[in-house]
Write a protein that binds this ligand. Sequence first.
Ligand code: AMP
Ligand code: MN
Ligand code: MN
Ligand code: MN
Length: 277
Amino acid sequence: MTELYDLHCHSNASDGTLSPTELVLRAHQQGVTSLALTDHDTTAGLPEAQLCAEATGIKLIPGIELSTNWQDKCFHIVGLGIDPAYLPLSEATHNLQSTRLERAEKIALKLEKKRIPGAFEAVKKAAGEGMITRTHFADFLLSQNHVSTQQEAFDRYLGKGKAAYVSTSWAELELAISWITGAGGVAVLAHPLRYKLTANWMKRLLTVFKDAGGQGIEVITSRINADEIRMAAAYATRFELAGSMGSDFHNVSNQWVELGRLAPLPQNIKPVWELLG
Ligand code: AMP
Ligand code: MN
Ligand code: MN
Ligand code: MN
């Protein structure tokens, strides 16, 4: 059987729309043989995903996507092969749930000032037991016809510096990496080209990332072109990082993003799954 890895995706434990079970089943249908569930700041979807993975014969890699800060910017670090019971990590996710709840209240207040009431109740209901994210706010704004696309919700309200933006203090990058490595996992810099850093800043980031114990970088993501793959692969080579691949799948309505629908990892890049026990 051909191995197909997808090491980055979301369930409704954070801002995905599928339940962990639905997600694993869909990944299996798409031919994925190893799937990492990497919800934002939570591991709550893992037990259900694991049960379904055992039933379908797909390999589930326990994961997380941590929101972190470095130099006052937000970076996403994917942890792969983590033990969710590792206390510093489980305490962190517990605290992050409160951080996200308080942030949601502040976002909702800002929306109220723009004469958009009811957001807090709506996102809390939509997120249920899961993490509240800006995606939930985007969907709320969409459902109330304040915007006509998710993108517009970020451009007009939720993006950095926009009317309902709330700056959040996440864990420092080095600390978040220590939670992942302490939990026996491999830390991977998610979607490196999305931060729009200059080569010089990228060098500084990757130096700090490696010094803190980071071992991987996403080389293959959804909608990446050949030039971008070359650029991400060059960072992997230059900083001796293993390469990861993940769709960052969230929902079935984005036609550009599908579980397992990914370009192959370039031959000269060490696959991150070789580091997973
Ligand atoms: P949060 O972690 O709550 O700040 O939410 C971040 C999530 O919002 C990301 O993981 C994406 O899923 C989504 N997101 C961020 N920027 C955009 C955008 N411009 N368009 C659509 N979704 C976005
Ligand atoms: Mn997301
Ligand atoms: Mn991300
Ligand atoms: Mn993601």
